[in-house]
Ligand binder design. Structure first.
Ligand SMILES: [Mg+2]
Ligand SMILES: [Zn+2]
Length: 199
């Protein structure tokens, strides 16, 4: 990677953050339903220099409920729709394994984040992860990224789990609020940098 400065990313869980979560998995394009405000939020995020990277557990593949091709077709359709609406999903990482396979990529393991860091040259400690589950928060914490929990999808139910584990994590209504939180943080960083420059 030479001397190029590391980039930063907003990692996004997919189901329950961008599209409606289904308890029996999103297994076809017909089941894909964008959450209210999600596409607008992704358009705002696209206006930042931050990479936008999806990291999604898709154990329906490992459970034999959906093929890898079907899963990637759904991801491609989501990315295309986001793009048409002015947003961007720079990369999508998916774990197809079942929990009992003990892989390194299924969240809460940080394998997908580490892969993205290697592939894209990212500083994970200065990146964000928006998710609707404790496993998302833990994947972020494992690499020192800033987790944000949304209350869409499983978020409302998972919030108690966060409290039980004593995690002090920002909790916001949805992806739009998460993006607003990130943009506010980023603006703050900018102010500090310009203040430093003046000094
Ligand atoms: Mg989710
Ligand atoms: Zn995996």
């Amino acid at each position: 990677m030479g001397d190029a400065p590391l980039g930063r990313a907003v990692f996004l869980d997919r189901d329950g953050v961008i599209v409606v979560n289904h308890t029996d998995y999103v297994r076809s394009w017909e089941q894909v339903q964008f959450l209210p405000g999600a596409l607008d939020a992704l358009r705002r995020l696209a206006g930042t220099p931050l990479a936008v990277v999806v990291v999604t557990n898709q154990s329906a593949v490992g459970r034999g409920l959906m093929s890898l091709d079907q899963m990637w077709a759904i991801n491609a359709g989501i990315a295309a729709t986001v793009s048409v609406q002015g947003g961007r999903l720079d990369r999508v990482y998916a774990c197809p394994h079942r929990p009992d396979e003990g892989c390194a990529c299924r969240k809460p393991a940080p394998g997908m984040l580490l892969a993205a860091a290697a592939d894209m040259g990212l500083d994970l400690s200065r990146s964000y992860l928006v998710g609707d589950a404790v496993s998302d928060v833990e994947a972020a914490m494992a690499v020192g990224a800033q987790p944000i929990l949304v209350l869409t999808g499983r978020g409302e139910a998972q919030r108690a789990g966060l409290r039980a584990k004593g995690y002090d994590v920002p909790v916001v209504a949805d992806l739009a609020e998460a993006v607003a939180w990130i943009l506010a943080r980023e603006t703050g960083d900018g102010d500090r940098q310009s203040a430093d420059g003046v000094g």
